[in-house]
Write a protein that binds this ligand. Structure first.
Ligand SMILES: Cc1cc2nc3c(=O)[nH]c(=O)nc-3n(C[C@H](O)[C@H](O)[C@H](O)COP(=O)(O)OP(=O)(O)OC[C@H]3O[C@@H](n4cnc5c(N)ncnc54)[C@H](O)[C@@H]3O)c2cc1C
Length: 468
């Protein structure tokens, strides 16, 4: 029998299955995907909105801080407890039953703990999908809390763009319900925006109404070798101008990033004899069937025409092999990790500034850290760049922490103050980047967050991040 009165109260109210206390049971909730490792007082897994409210009330009564947790795929350490052993992890994994599709409305009402894959499997039966698409399998509540972007943001937008309504349990157990299903509804405050991208500090997302998209009937993918960043932007401009309606992804992979992929993924083969500075993955998709629109031929023709005008700015074009090209893209992060020490960035700058920004970072490395390699890649179509740095610790002869401390703040400074960019394009705010939030956020925005926090979470018990 546990001696912890909170565990006893939670177990009495929600049942044995809802509360996990042993180190073995807690382990998978205590470590994040990339960052974040701590010790939880216990894990509570409510299975309904009412149970989430009960859990939050009981945690409040026992003075416990609560970390909402979805699928734990976040990349800023915001979904795991600290090392103190006093925080409760509130996992939504059992709140995953409701998926109600309104076919004619092209919307779905979904529980916060439903996985993206689970949702898409259900939607496919009606010819739909939720088009916020990424290389992980998060929960819908976690996606709302981090405003997930993903690889097809260019065409479909982020979660905020596709979110119609929301149900949230506030810090003290009150339930705020604004499960709007309408696309047009201008009747005052649309509260969902408070809970989108604010990493769970204002409330726990228990249900959401999403607009969904018809499943594409075909895709056409090409890999275009570009001499430099300017060539990439010229290609993007040409494709948007002529094929904007069907352009669904525009991802960029640098030669250094791809070299790591081919070194560590034996199943993937180099597509070009010489890797260009950037290989650009272009994807078109359409709901028209292939007999109504020959998408691959359209892509081929357009890229052929671009090649003629681009001169040596474009080094090669390969059309087809979509799965292989996407597999290269999705294996970059893990391949870079196998190369040695890595410092990952999730930066956005205005799209037009991506070449200049990248050149500034290259110049900084060349001057001060010539043994650190820039292995950039990312969602250039949305102005996003995962500007990852890789190095061999023995060759540099300094501890990784020293390299990170020297480079991280300087690169964020160039991005944020130099280019009006963001230090967290799509991963949100967490302990991993809290100090940059503190540094770069307008004091009035912080004051506003303090007011909202007083209302939404009066006991200040939710989350691992401080937005005020
Ligand atoms: C391989 C990989 C690829 C990725 N690619 C992308 C990408 O392309 N684009 C992108 O945007 N992100 C990407 N991510 C990041 C990540 O998948 C997203 O941030 C994800 O949407 C988080 O959802 P989750 O359910 O895993 O949330 P968690 O990681 O569990 O939590 C994230 C944050 O949300 C809060 N939270 C979770 N659930 C709730 C809830 N129900 N109510 C309130 N707060 C909650 C947590 O407290 C935490 O602050 C990637 C991650 C990985 C591992």
């Amino acid at each position: 029998m546990t001696a912890d009165p909170l565990v006893l109260a939670l177990t009495t109210a929600l049942g044995d299955r809802a509360v996990l206390t042993s180190p073995e049971d807690r382990a998978r909730f205590e470590s994040g995907w990339r960052y974040g490792k701590g010790i939880a007082r216990c894990i509570v897994r409510p299975a309904s909105t009412a149970e989430v409210a009960t859990a939050l009330r009981l945690c409040g009564e026992h003075g416990a801080r609560v970390v909402p947790q979805g699928a734990n795929t976040g990349l800023v350490a915001s979904s795991t407890p600290d090392m103190g052993g006093a925080m409760v992890v509130l996992s939504l994994e059992r709140l995953n039953k409701t998926i109600e599709v309104d076919r004619a409305g092209r919307t779905v009402l979904v529980d916060g703990g439903v996985l993206l894959s689970q949702l898409n499997e259900a939607l496919a039966k009606d010819g739909f999908w939720f088009p916020v698409d990424l290389g992980a399998d998060p929960q819908i509540g976690g996606m709302v809390a981090t405003n997930t972007g993903g690889t097809r943001l260019l065409k479909y937008g982020d979660v905020r763009h596709n979110l119609l309504g929301i149900e949230v349990v506030l810090g003290d157990g009150r339930v705020l319900t604004q499960l709007n299903r309408l696309r047009k509804n201008n009747t005052g405050l649309d509260s969902k925006h408070l809970f989108t991208g604010t990493t769970g500090v204002f409330g726990v997302v228990t249900r959401a109404v999403l607009q969904v998209a018809p499943l594409p009937k075909q895709r056409a993918v090409a890999l275009v070798g570009c001499r430099d960043g300017d060539a990439v932007l010229a290609l993007l401009g040409a494709l948007e101008g002529e094929l904007g309606d069907v352009l669904s992804a525009f991802e960029v992979m640098s030669a250094n990033a791809l070299t790591a992929v081919f070194a560590h993924q034996p199943n993937l083969r180099k597509p070009f004899a010489e890797l260009p500075r950037y290989a650009t993955l272009v994807e078109l998709s359409s709901t028209l069937p292939a007999d109504a629109l020959a998408l691959e031929a359209v892509l081929e023709a357009r890229l052929g025409a671009f090649l003629e005008t681009a001169g040596d700015a474009v080094t090669d074009v390969l059309v087809g092999k979509g799965d292989e090209f996407w597999s290269m893209r999705h294996h970059i992060s893990e391949s870079l990790r196998s190369e040695g020490k890595m410092l990952a960035f999730d930066i956005a700058v205005p799209r037009s500034q991506l070449p200049a920004f990248t050149a500034d970072v290259e110049a900084l490395l060349l001057k001060d850290w010539p043994l650190v390699r820039l292995c950039d890649y990312g969602h250039w179509g949305d102005g996003g760049t995962h500007l990852n740095l890789v190095w061999n610790e023995a060759a540099i002869g300094r501890p990784a922490a020293e390299v990170i401390a020297a480079l991280q703040p300087r690169i964020y400074e160039i991005a944020v103050r130099g280019y009006g960019g963001s230090y967290s394009a799509e991963h949100g705010v967490g302990p991993h980047n809290q100090r940059y939030y503190d540094l770069y956020t307008d004091p009035l925005v912080k004051q506003l967050c303090a007011l909202l926090g007083d209302f939404c979470d009066p006991g200040d018990r939710l989350g691992t991040v401080r937005l005020s």
